[in-house]
Ligand binder design. Structure first.
Ligand code: ZN
Length: 123
């Protein structure tokens, strides 16, 4: 008896694909999406090709554009640098939000203390 699982073909692994050599239209910026112009493209999968190239599956989280290609070590290094800068920006923003949240909490607690609105049974 045939089941749906009998016809299941797993997706090809990136190192099994016949990948074209791709030069991004935006130059050598793999982080830039040519479909929506967002600088948010990130790798989903990668594998080394030869000694100085990488097969990389890229995706834009803004428009879901997908790209496969073989890129030089230098191009991949620049992408990694851009991703590191994005990570730093996210961490900086998270720390600023947390600091603002704590400031708001301290201000609210100070106001409550000034109004004698904090009672022992609140703890
Ligand atoms: Zn995009």
């Amino acid at each position: 008896m045939a089941t749906n699982h009998d016809n299941f073909m797993p997706p090809p692994q990136i190192d099994q694909l016949q990948l074209p050599l791709v030069t991004p239209a935006s130059g050598d910026d793999l982080h830039h999406c040519d479909e929506c112009n967002a600088d948010l493209v990130h790798p989903l999968d990668w594998s080394r090709v030869g000694t100085d190239a990488w097969a990389v599956e890229l995706r834009c989280p803004n428009c879901w554009a997908h790209t496969y290609g073989v890129f030089t070590q230098e191009e991949v290094d620049r992408l990694e640098e851009a991703l590191d800068q994005d990570e730093d920006a996210i961490v900086d923003e998270m720390l600023a939000l947390e600091a603002a949240r704590i400031e708001d909490e301290v201000a609210a607690f100070s106001s409550a203390l000034a109004l004698n609105a904090v009672l022992p049974e609140d703890f």
